[in-house]
Design a binder for this molecule. Structure first.
Ligand code: DGL
Length: 271
């Protein structure tokens, strides 16, 4: 029987940080990455619109024969949370927020947890709500950092300009005395080195992609759908915008891993 792939969905290049962790943990799996660069960024968009895009992509992943979809986008996870929890989708799907929040709640000593995310994710309140489930003693501070999303999507993830922008974005979180910072947008782990340098060794960084990869491994084992070990699976990439541009930027963010992408045209229906 033909192996069934795992799908990854984001607005742009951010979800690659999640796919990278799954590729590391489960190298034998076939992986399909599809992103909505034509509608990037999702952060400022109404949640109902993001939800419509998410549903369009779920149809695409179903047509690809995916066995599981990873919503490698915090904003889309927030927009579609009830659908992810309801389990009534054409392909089973998991988001990145619960695994990330669980990991942050487990490592924080003081319960003072910062969340850097998009405007949409912050407005939804998904992180404070989920973190408080695991840490009722928690004190959560959120900060929208839209400029960092734009920089990562441009492939600009280091240098003095990015450092200054990271400092400015994170200063309210630093002022709140966090000991743990959730990288609550999948674009941010691309610039983890700069973020780590700015916050210093006293703040533990949480990349939800790591915990999500572990969750994927667990789900496939539990369902009996994991690929047996050995070999490296196929990796395919799709975008709703210019595939050449996607490959060029991805080459800077995840060197050597994305050599080809194809453009897709999806119909986005009203719910
Ligand atoms: N990478 C996405 C997230 O995790 C979306 C960023 C955007 O498109 O604004 O929220």
């Amino acid at each position: 029987m033909c192996p069934r792939p795992i799908g990854f969905f984001d607005s742009g290049e951010g979800g690659l940080t999640v796919m990278r962790e799954v590729a590391r943990l489960l190298p034998a799996e076939d992986l399909v990455y599809a992103c909505d660069t034509a509608h990037f960024p999702y952060g400022p968009r109404p949640m109902a619109e993001v939800r419509r895009y998410f549903l369009g992509f779920m149809g695409f992943f179903a047509a690809q024969g995916c066995k599981l979809v990873v919503v490698a986008c915090n904003t889309a996870t927030a927009a579609a949370l009830d659908l992810l929890e309801g389990g009534n989708l054409p392909v089973p799907a998991i988001g990145v927020v619960h695994p990330g929040a669980r990991a942050a709640a487990a490592v924080s000593r003081s319960g003072r947890i910062g969340v850097a995310a998009t405007q949409g994710t912050c407005n939804s309140g998904i992180y404070p709500r989920t973190l408080m489930q695991y840490r009722p003693d928690g004190a959560i501070t959120q900060q929208p950092c839209p400029i960092l999303v734009i920089r990562a999507e441009e492939g600009v993830i280091s240098g003095p300009v990015v450092r200054e922008e990271v400092e400015r974005c994170l200063s309210p979180l630093m002022a709140a005395g966090m000991d743990t910072l959730v990288l609550g947008c999948t674009h941010f782990p691309h610039m983890e080195a700069v973020i780590a340098d700015v916050v210093g060794p006293g703040v533990t960084l949480i990349d939800p992609g790591l915990a999500t990869a572990a969750e994927v491994a667990y789900r496939l084992q539990a369902d009996g759908t994991a690929e047996p070990g050995g070999g490296v699976g196929r990796r395919t990439f799709y975008t709703t915008a210019d595939p050449g541009h996607f490959v060029e930027v991805a080459g800077r963010l995840w060197p050597g891993s994305v050599t080809h992408a194809e453009q897709i045209h999806l119909d986005f229906y009203q719910e």
